[in-house]
Design a protein around this ligand. Structure first.
Ligand code: SF4
Ligand code: SF4
Length: 501
């Protein structure tokens, strides 16, 4: 017999303000409201998506967090007991979405940036150039020379120029709606950056964006065809993802609509579960083979990268990936987002991205590999400050996932896996997907990234640096101010108060 879980949220309706238009009832995709006895009543099941609050024309609804309904206990706290009750009810694995909400220390917030004073003057980006252009692909580490001059005709590995050191991470069509992915791709085009396709191939309607799309080759190989690999700007093999290291993709059947079944080449309504490992990769040599196959099938015209989850030996894995021939490597941290993942994995496996970037950057430097590859990092990037600190820790390019969805209207309610996102973002239901206007969403994502890039220019100018490349891995421009000195040692950052040199 199931035990009811106490409500976490409750919509409160102000009867005096309510004009009984019933919009909130129609808009609540979680079915939490009904009209009865001439008023709006609550059914239960509110997830705090805030759709009703935003849509109500008279601001008659507020969603409140319900006071704790569990006897206080420091160890068997509310979260723990909710999980136990839910599993005693279902006997199954608990699914969730978005990045972890566990209170792991956020290291970015314990890092302070440097600024120039007196002897190293700052640069005013309004008056002097501050370069944020960034390249994605294999670095040669040197310029090809012929007869004492730079040989501009020499064969160089393919490399992509982006206007800022930001990429939109892999968010698949399936985990999000058609309109959402369209908006992400058109924002990437407007910004001249790259957006990840996520697993599942590229829908034919989006071929016009392919110069700004990095295509993901995941273990399920859903939708991967030679035809479309040749169209995209870059290809990335997904070995792992920060929100669920060691796991494959999981697209619940509710989200496999006609459109998704066509793009992924799978039957409608079936769960799309890609295997945990790639069944043809059991060693670095196997990975090398797949990289070679992808380079061959794209006629060596696009960079081929590898994405790994930040796990305990991430430095050694990254080194192997670079040696296997990857042109770029993406490290995805513990707080990375997901459309669906087992909560146990999302909350308990992996490594914060701050530590992972510094570890990988350091390891690649020690092995003389760092200047051969582009290092991309993501997983919980919330602001331009996080982006700038990630770059100073060693990232060339910073991947943004959840923040781009928040810019469009996502409320981080962690219900994407249910497939009934009230904002039309993480859903395939026609009546919901039309709630997101792709043009407005494009504009909002574009605004966010432009604002972050402007802030980047202001900050590096204030540091006296005229190009973002000079900030990459420049950990001397960071200082740690936090409770755990050991973290500072591991990421190679001095404590606040310690000088240069
Ligand atoms: S629309 Fe969202 S916030 Fe409002 S009642 Fe439904 S689930 Fe709760
Ligand atoms: S995409 Fe939708 S369902 Fe997912 S967290 Fe955001 S608002 Fe909630």
């Amino acid at each position: 017999m199931d035990v009811n879980l106490p409500e976490k949220y409750r919509p409160i309706i102000d009867a005096e303000r309510c004009i009984k238009c019933r919009k909130c009832i129609r808009e609540c995709s979680f079915g939490a409201l009904r009209f009865e006895d001439d008023r709006v009543k609550y059914n239960g099941g509110c997830v705090s998506c805030l759709r009703c609050v935003t849509i109500c024309p008279t601001q008659a609804i507020a969603v409140r967090e319900v006071d704790p309904q569990f006897t206080p206990h420091p160890v068997f706290d509310e979260k723990v007991r909710r999980s136990i009750i839910a599993q005693a009810n279902s006997g199954g694995v608990l699914l969730t979405s978005c990045g972890t909400d566990k209170e792991y220390m956020d290291i970015f917030s314990h890092l302070l940036l440097d600024a120039a004073q007196v002897t190293n003057p700052s640069i005013d980006p309004l008056r002097e150039p501050v370069e944020t252009r960034t390249y994605l692909g294999r670095r040669t580490g040197r310029l090809p020379m012929r007869d004492g001059k730079i040989d501009i005709e020499a064969d160089m590995p393919p490399i992509i120029s982006m206007d800022m050191p930001l990429m939109i991470g892999h968010i698949s069509l399936g985990s999000v709606s058609y309109n959402t992915q369209k908006a992400l791709f058109s924002a990437a085009k407007d910004l001249n950056i790259i957006a990840g396709s996520g697993e599942g191939g590229l829908h034919k309607d989006f071929y016009g964006f392919s110069d700004w799309v990095c295509s993901e080759v995941a273990s399920g190989r859903f939708g991967v065809t030679a035809d479309y690999l040749k169209r995209v700007s870059s290809v990335e093999i997904k070995i792992g993802q920060g929100a669920k290291p060691g796991h494959g993709g999981h697209l619940p059947g509710e989200k496999v609509s006609e459109l998704i079944s066509e793009a992924r080449m799978i039957p409608k309504g079936t769960d799309a579960l890609s295997p945990y490992p790639h069944h043809d990769i059991y060693s670095i040599e196997d990975l090398q083979q797949l990289i070679s196959v992808l380079k061959e099938s794209t006629e060596y015209k696009v960079p081929v990268g590898v994405k790994i989850a930040a796990v305990h030996n991430v430095g050694a894995i990254a080194s192997g990936v670079v040696r296997a021939g990857a042109d770029f490597i993406t490290v995805d941290g513990l707080r990375g987002g997901t459309g669906s993942a087992p909560r146990i994995i999302r909350d308990h496996a992996g490594m914060p991205i701050e530590i992972a970037i510094a570890t990988v950057d350091q390891r690649l430097q020690e092995e003389g590999l760092r200047n051969k590859v582009t290092l991309c990092a993501g997983g919980g990037i919330r602001s331009s400050a996080d982006m700038i600190k990630a770059i100073a820790l060693g990232a060339d390019v910073v991947m943004v996932y959840t923040a781009a969805l928040v810019a469009m209207g996502c409320k981080v309610c962690q219900q994407c896996h249910q497939g009934i996102c009230a904002w039309g973002i993480a859903t395939q239901r026609d009546e919901l997907t039309k709630r997101l206007d792709p043009d407005i969403a494009t504009q909002r994502v574009t605004n966010l990234f432009r604002a972050w890039n402007e802030e980047l220019r202001e900050v590096i100018g204030a540091m006296g640096i005229d190009s973002v490349e000079s900030l990459v891995g420049n950990r001397d421009r960071l200082r740690y101010i936090g409770p755990n000195h050991r973290i500072a040692e591991i990421i190679g950052v001095k404590h606040s108060g310690e000088g240069w040199g």
